[in-house]
Design a protein around this ligand. Structure first.
Ligand code: PHE
Length: 451
């Protein structure tokens, strides 16, 4: 499984990514903001939220909220969004000829933990909730980790077919394909019995099993209450919808394959891989929605499917963009290259790097705070310290070495950091200053001892 998986959906988390105990991040020290707002508060999109022990949104991340690359003119993420929406709108219309799917791309990323997790049946102690992987504003609100956070709410508002595009936030490693913010599009479609079986002459076939029937148990193929006929029809419809879209984006000859996978909010679940330039890449997670989500949204008599599509990665592939940080660059040499790119694939361009600026490499080694294997420290905490000091000048953070001292039982870690600007040549001197600040801040915030 590639690293990409976590950028598209949470597959790796939901199948039990190693759960580490989270260090407290960099947000618990008393502090006063410039405008005098007490350390007890954090501001996002003009709103003030109380901090608590869960808070781990750093100022660097808070500043990215509201950039909305999916709404920014000519940004490749926006171009891909428009292509997908255009395809869905022209392919699926209602009986009056209007677009079947509603599209929402203006839903703010601040959601409750109830929306992000509980509304999707993710249990209170599920590892997907880990502070190590998510950006919490406090115990109750967070930056959404996926657009699925809005499924139940739009169903509740009465929508049976909708797309939701937005920025999503996940704590992660740092390299050319990982950024703490990326973009997803959620697709949901609900069917009534009559709609799903409209071309079927058998009027007895339904969506739901009789309670107590032999078939009313969960199996590999279906949830307990669904009929196998309904689930198979839904699966075909979901897969056909997604494959049509993929062929429209990548070309009719595109090779693809479906893999079974697991999400707490769909069953059965399927993951799509597409072959692009000779390599298989995971493109989306999808499945038949857990019936409880529909019931909670007031659509108990319907059945639904959902998919979650990662946009940044698609854009990197289609336009040959080598580093995810480029999407965020304010350098005109980036965005102007996409000014003539429209919805039609014939307008495609390959990104021309405006020369590759030289990197600067630095290592940092430290002893972890606790005895033993350093439980309580995790790499994502370190990455957030690095980001908050050096921002987009960091290209990559790699764990280079880890050992446990046989006598003292202390663990030592060494990270190799690649610094490189997308827009200019950096100097060793400026990087030294940043690197030293990273060392000092790591000691202060994470309790490590620099070697
Ligand atoms: N929300 C999932 C993710 O981000 C993707 C997904 C969406 C899976 C809808 C199934 C259904 O990983």
């Amino acid at each position: 499984m590639g690293k990409w998986l976590s950028r598209i959906h949470r597959g790796n988390l939901f199948v039990g990514r190693r759960l580490l105990c989270s260090a407290d991040g960099s947000q618990t020290k008393a502090r006063t903001d410039e405008d005098g707002v007490a350390a007890a508060a954090i501001q996002i999109l003009g709103k003030t939220y109380p901090r608590d022990a869960m808070t781990n949104v750093t100022p660097t991340i808070a500043e990215l909220v509201g950039r909305n690359l999916h709404l920014a003119p000519h940004n490749p993420v926006n171009i891909i969004k428009q292509r997908v929406v255009h395809h869905i709108h022209k392919t699926y219309t209602n009986r009056t000829g209007n677009a079947l799917y509603a599209h929402f791309d203006n839903v703010p990323p601040v959601v409750s933990t109830e929306q992000n997790f509980s509304s999707l049946l993710i249990s209170p102690n599920h590892p997907a909730r880990s502070k190590k992987d998510n950006y919490y504003i406090n115990n109750e609100v967070m930056l959404r980790a996926h657009t699925s956070a809005h499924q139940r709410d739009f169903i509740q508002m009465g929508f049976d077919h909708f797309l939701v595009t937005g920025d999503v936030y996940r704590r992660d490693e740092i390299d050319r394909s990982h950024y703490p913010v990326f973009h997803q599009m959620e697709g949901v479609r609900l069917f009534t019995r009559d709609k799903l079986f409209e071309n079927c002459s058998d009027k007895t076939v339904g969506l739901f099993e009789e309670e107590g029937s032999d078939m009313a148990t969960e199996s590999r193929d279906k949830q307990a209450m669904h009929t196998l006929e309904a689930v198979k029809m839904m699966e075909l419809n979901l897969k056909e919808t997604v494959v049509k879209l993929v062929k429209d984006l990548f070309g009719r000859e595109t090779e693809y394959r479906w893999n079974p996978c697991y999400f707490p909010f769909t069953h059965p679940s399927f993951e799509l891989e597409v072959k692009f330039k000779g390599e298989w890449m995971e493109m989306l997670g999808s499945g038949i929605m857990r019936q409880d989500i529909l019931v909670n949204g007031g659509a108990h008599d319907k059945i639904g499917w959902a998919f979650g599509l990662g946009l940044d990665r698609l854009a990197m592939l289609l336009f040959d963009i080598p580093d995810i940080r480029l999407f965020w660059s304010k350098d005109a040499r980036f965005i102007t290259q996409f000014e003539s790119v429209g919805i039609d694939p014939s307008t495609d361009v390959s990104f021309r790097p405006y020369s590759k600026y030289p990197p600067c490499y630095k290592d940092v080694s430290f002893w972890l705070p606790s005895q033993g294997d350093g439980e309580g420290f995790n790499g994502n905490d370190f990455c957030d310290v690095v980001r908050s000091v050096a921002g987009d000048l960091v290209e990559r953070v790699e764990e280079k070495d880890r050992f446990c001292h046989p006598q003292t039982d202390r663990t030592s870690l060494c990270y190799h950091i690649t610094y490189r600007s997308m827009d200019r040549t950096i100097t060793n001197r400026e990087i030294n200053t940043l690197h030293n600040t990273i060392k000092a801040l790591s000691a202060e915030k994470l309790g490590v001892e620099i070697r």
